[in-house]
Design a protein around this ligand. Structure first.
Ligand code: ZN
Ligand code: ZN
Length: 143
């Protein structure tokens, strides 16, 4: 899983590492792993979908950070058959559009919002306000 850490990902993990309220290293480690899991759900991945030489459904692998990584893996593998790459979209991004992602780059920084830009109205008197029914956000905040 080849990836370049992004600024907001580093910030999220750093906040946990610098949190003095953890009772033990175990608690902190668990929190970090959960956070990283959530972070990785915010990324798109590539899957390698394999077909055996006789045309039957083969073995599939994922996630890869990009097409080059998946192709390098396929070359090392040499089990025959053919492979193709499939893009996997981030479920976290999809959920964050609905549930919100507070303090996350690209999402609204309004304290109670955290929704995607497109949930904010561009029409008339409600211009800028978030359209998610339960959200009190009145204006999209970029940061
Ligand atoms: Zn909102
Ligand atoms: Zn908002």
């Amino acid at each position: 899983m080849r990836l370049t850490p992004r600024k907001e990902e580093v910030e999220a993990v750093k906040a946990l590492l610098e949190d003095p309220t953890f009772e033990s290293a175990d608690h902190m480690a668990k929190a970090v792993i959960k956070e990283v899991g959530e972070i990785l759900q915010m990324r798109d991945w590539v899957a390698l979908v394999h077909t055996w030489k006789d045309g039957s459904r083969g073995l599939n692998w994922a996630p890869f950070g990009n097409a080059a990584e998946a192709e390098a893996f396929a070359k090392k593998l040499s089990i025959g058959g053919t492979g193709r790459l499939v893009k996997l979209y981030a479920p976290g991004v999809m959920l964050a559009n609905v549930d919100g992602k507070k303090g996350w780059k690209g999402y609204c920084f309004h304290l109670e919002c955290g929704h995607a830009p497109f949930t904010h109205s561009s029409a008339g008197t409600s211009r800028g306000a978030c359209q998610i029914p339960t959200c009190p956000c009145d204006k999209f905040r970029a940061s």
